[in-house]
Design a protein around this ligand. Structure first.
Ligand SMILES: [Zn+2]
Ligand SMILES: [Zn+2]
Length: 356
């Protein structure tokens, strides 16, 4: 496809199960915004379930994509350093490589005032909100406040968003030095959570994952792995922790079965973190929560500070992040990649769609 100076290529969700690469008008940045040239955008589980129509969180006609890295092409007037109020914490210049924090908040509600802008009453997420043309395209426009400079291996910038999800989950679980952590599910969010626990100096990190290729990837990250098809995960973890159980369990699957395992594997008084979204409703053993005083914590996004910290961490750990990327495909091959993944061909790590 040939595009002009005012158009771009975009992967549009024409209908559920039907993604097409089409020519679209190129967006222009308004005051306080930047036009970003996309280099690579990761395919998230939520994009995939939006593509199939399963999660109801994407609609036909939209351009998805929220895990992205690109370069600043132009800054809207107030986006230039010193010219506006909505500044990125670090001033941006044209040509800078940046990663997108896709969470947009109002800045004025009670939750924003408490520093929890990521659960803003009026939260919108780039790549989820159908009114915003997002990062499965050559270009997108966003407030400069949502862009963070990235100095690492360029493609690794597309991993910052899911890594921030895992980091916030570990922080919400209170993971710190001395903790024995169990992560259930070794997909990209489980991988991110496991890395975050190691980054927070947990004493041990064990990940339960049924797929052998994912266990192999996790082994390369330096964490312990368990095959839930071969062992009783809760029994095994209790044994490995001297009869106590894990002090924090992060459920990166989010089904009744995994939450049951999570509660069984958590020490009395410990914390279960629910970050996986496999099912909108789960059944749980209420007495396993009440009589052992376990805490269940919900987590979804990350704060702007956690996102920026994760970007800094990511640029310093290229050797670990290399293991997280399974495949890169060109924009033209994006529709085939979505179709294959929806049909069950899920690689161990991330699939990135490149637009450069
Ligand atoms: Zn995502
Ligand atoms: Zn708000």
């Amino acid at each position: 496809m040939t595009t002009t100076d005012t158009t771009m290529r975009a992967l549009v969700l024409e209908d559920f199960g039907d993604l097409v690469l089409v020519e679209r008008p190129r967006p222009a940045p308004g005051p306080g915004e930047a036009l970003v040239r996309v280099l690579a955008t990761g395919i998230c589980g939520s994009d995939l379930h939006g593509y199939t129509g399963e999660n109801g969180r994407r609609v036909p006609g939209q351009v998805m994509g929220h895990e992205t890295v690109g370069t600043v092409v132009t800054l809207g007037d107030a986006g230039r350093p010193g010219a506006g109020i909505e500044q990125s914490p670090v001033p941006l210049a044209e040509g800078d490589v940046v990663v997108l924090n896709p969470t947009l908040s109002c800045g004025g509600c009670e939750r924003c005032a408490r520093g929890m802008s990521y659960i803003c009453a009026d939260r919108r997420v780039v790549g989820v909100d159908p009114a915003i043309s997002a990062a499965f395209a050559d270009y997108f426009v966003v407030s400069v406040a949502n862009l963070v400079p990235f100095g690492g291996e360029t493609l690794h910038g597309a991993l910052v968003e899911p890594l921030a999800v895992g980091y916030h989950a570990a922080v919400r679980g209170g993971v710190g030095a001395g903790d024995d952590v169990l992560v259930l599910g070794g997909g990209p969010i489980g991988q991110a959570a496991a890395l975050a626990c190691a980054r927070l100096r947990a004493a041990s990190v064990t990940v339960s994952e049924p797929a052998p290729e994912r266990r192999e990837l996790l082994g390369r990250l330096g964490v312990d792995v368990l095959d839930p098809g071969a062992v009783d995960v809760a029994v095994e973890v209790i044994e490995r922790t001297g009869g106590l159980g894990a002090s924090v369990v992060i459920d990166a699957v989010g089904s009744s079965a995994t939450l049951g395992t999570a509660l069984a594997a958590t020490t009395a008084g410990g914390v279960c973190v629910l970050v996986g979204m496999a099912a909108p409703r789960v059944e749980l053993d209420a007495f396993a929560v009440s009589t052992f005083e376990r805490t269940i914590v919900g987590t979804f996004c990350y704060s702007a500070a956690e996102f920026a910290e994760t970007a800094r961490w990511a640029q310093d750990h290229p050797e670990l992040l290399r293991a997280l990327v399974s495949r890169t495909v060109r924009a033209e091959d994006g529709p085939a990649a979505f179709a294959a993944m929806a049909a069950g061909d899920n690689p161990a790590g991330k699939v990135l769609v490149t637009f450069a």
